[in-house]
Design a protein. Structure first.
Length: 213
């Protein structure tokens, strides 16, 4: 079983949980390059494309994202794009299939303390009409912890202009990984906010999931 929780603040970043069938769940995190009304419209467009097409993921995840990219490309401006991470988790096999479209690599902290990064498998959505997509997969085990996040977390700055960084995020995960998922999420958010003295220049979006026995 996958126990997940998420936090989203501000707009133009979105996370979705999509039921793909019995024992199958999609975890989706997207980040739009855009502000104001145009950014909101782009995100709404991307969400609509995903929801209308996601049944394809049952058979072919790269084909789903190619279809979403085509629709996004046709309905957005020349400089509009989105990063996106889309994962399909199968509870019976504990297999996580995913496509990372230029998004910050989610962190997979294994139960034994080993760290893996789910790096990009293709480029961003919406910039290119001819767009190739590849997927990857990992096998999860009980106790493994997955964290999806946006640059609002790692690029949060303190008064000296120093960024929170991926290394501090990993450090917090390692130190507090024994916590229940909701408490761990809250701890990460509080740690980021303390580091930046409560100032928030960009969205903070986190999705945490732990594989349970």
């Amino acid at each position: 079983m996958l126990h997940s929780t998420s936090l989203v603040s501000l707009r133009f970043t979105s996370n979705l949980f999509l039921e793909l069938g019995p024992g199958r769940l999609a975890l989706v995190l997207a980040d739009i390059a855009g502000k104001g009304i145009s950014g909101a419209l782009l995100m709404a467009n991307l969400q609509a494309n995903l929801r209308s097409q996601y049944a394809v993921a049952l058979d072919d995840l790269p084909r789903l994202l190619k279809s979403v990219n085509q629709l996004f490309y046709e309905n957005s401006g020349d400089s509009s794009y989105a990063t996106l991470f889309f994962a399909d988790y199968d509870d019976s096999s504990r297999r996580l299939r995913y496509v990372n479209c230029g998004h910050l690599p989610p962190l997979l902290l294994r139960a034994d303390g080993q760290l893996e990064r789910l790096t990009a498998t293709t480029t961003v959505l919406g910039l290119f009409e001819k767009w190739e997509c590849a997927g990857a997969e990992v096998q999860l085990a009980a106790g493994d912890l997955l964290i999806l996040y946006t640059d609002g977390v790692t690029e949060a700055e303190n008064a000296e202009g120093e960024q929170f960084s991926e290394s501090r995020l990993i450090e917090t995960m390692l130190a507090q990984r024994h916590l229940p998922v909701p408490s761990l999420l809250e701890t990460i958010v509080v740690t980021v906010q303390k580091f930046s003295d409560g100032e928030q220049a960009d969205d903070i979006t986190l999705v945490l999931a732990r594989c349970r026995s």
